[in-house]
Design a protein around this ligand. Structure first.
Ligand SMILES: [Zn+2]
Length: 70
């Protein structure tokens, strides 16, 4: 069976078959959702990096945000 497994849009969960909207190995249903998925993945990467940075430098993060607090 060489048939590709059915894929679903990671944003809305609808079946997605158009390889035009393939992002990071996931098939999205539309250009809009492809863009949204890319944004989401990038945000996750940034968060992961931020978490790593925090571990490497536990101080420093607070000072920059102090003025923004209530
Ligand atoms: Zn979608």
């Amino acid at each position: 069976m060489a048939v590709e497994a059915e894929r679903y849009c990671p944003v809305c969960g609808k079946p997605a078959t158009d390889p035009t909207y393939k992002r990071f190995g996931e098939l999205c249903c539309s250009e809009a959702h492809a863009g949204e998925y890319v944004k989401e993945v990038r945000a996750q990467k940034v968060q992961a990096q931020a978490a790593q940075g925090r571990q490497e430098a536990p101080r420093g993060g607070r000072f920059g945000q102090r003025r923004g607090g209530c």
